[in-house]
Design a protein around this ligand. Structure first.
Ligand SMILES: NC(=O)c1ccc[n+]([C@@H]2O[C@H](COP(=O)([O-])OP(=O)(O)OC[C@H]3O[C@@H](n4cnc5c(N)ncnc54)[C@H](OP(=O)(O)O)[C@@H]3O)[C@@H](O)[C@H]2O)c1
Length: 253
């Protein structure tokens, strides 16, 4: 059985990944959708009836979840054609005002879970399979008031580049999707409301449907990084050539 695995599929960008895979990737027979909210995952079955949707309710900050997923894969022995590591969250605010549990949970989800899900999935991926790791423009340079979040995304970018290099010989591609702000549940959950950050108020928005569609397409064609919108491509270039001290001054408010 050929499957796709999408983490964080219960809302926002993750839901868009499920939609695009169900509409455009004919060889995928079943989509394993992972998140905590069971009702949202179940609802995907009626939203996308043209593909078999298999909901798996897991809290990916918990170690047992990786074991559960690993056991399910071991029992079903599917071929994973597409893996989308999308689950993640962020917070806006100075590090010393944030509680320790939130900060470490962010590392657990954005990095530990992404690493573990990739590790247990890879034995089921073959030549032509590909991985999309959802990163962020926050990976390009440190961002004050999102210290842990941008550090976790810098990990995702570095992990994706290096893994892509390693997996080339096996014909498995890895792409890091680096979007700017998208109007999903992410922003309110991060405490980013209108007026809370001048930077976020002024940045253009990325369309999650477009980001999902293009990142899957580029990943299938062997590309390594995709940054939607010219504005953010330019930021990526600036973050490469400017001192990060200066970039942080520009993005701090
Ligand atoms: N929106 C933006 O501005 C933006 C910009 C750049 C990058 N990103 C990245 O895009 C990705 C998707 O975010 P989004 O914008 O679509 O936000 P979202 O709507 O809040 O989606 C986050 C997803 O992650 C899942 N999730 C959260 N905690 C989880 C946990 N402990 N275990 C399993 N699943 C968990 C959520 O499902 P449950 O709550 O049901 O578990 C949800 O499906 C994230 O990696 C984020 O960092 C977002």
């Amino acid at each position: 059985m050929k499957i796709a695995v999408v983490t964080g599929a219960s809302s926002g960008l993750g839901e868009e990944f499920v939609r695009v895979i169900s509409e455009k990737y004919d060889e995928v027979e079943e989509i394993w959708v992972i998140a905590r909210r069971t009702d949202r995952l179940e609802a995907l079955k009626t939203r996308f009836p043209n593909k078999k949707i298999f909901p798996i309710s897991l809290d990916l900050t918990k170690h047992e979840s990786y074991e559960t997923l690993s056991e399910m894969l071991e029992s079903e022995k599917p071929e994973i054609k597409i893996l989308v590591n999308n689950a993640g969250f962020g917070t806006l605010g100075d590090f010393d005002t944030m509680d320790m549990n939130t900060q470490t949970r962010m590392v657990d989800l954005n990095n530990r879970a992404l690493t573990a899900v990739t590790s247990v999935s890879l034995p089921y991926m073959n030549r032509g399979s590909f991985i999309v790791n959802v990163c962020s423009i926050a990976s390009f340079a440190p961002n004050p008031r999102m210290t842990v979040y941008c550090s976790t995304k810098a990990y995702v970018l570095s992990f994706s580049k290096s893994l892509r290099f390693e997996l080339k010989k096996k014909g498995i591609n890895v792409l890091a999707l680096c979007p700017g702000p998208m109007d999903t549940e992410f922003l309110p959950a991060a405490g980013i409301e209108k007026g809370s950050s001048h930077t976020f108020d002024t940045l253009p928005r990325v369309n999650p449907a477009m980001a999902a569609e293009k990142s899957l397409h580029y990943a299938s064609k062997g590309r390594g990084i995709y940054t939607p919108r010219v504005f953010f491509k330019f930021y990526r270039l600036l973050a490469k050539v400017l001192q990060h001290g200066l970039v942080m001054h520009l993005s701090k408010s």
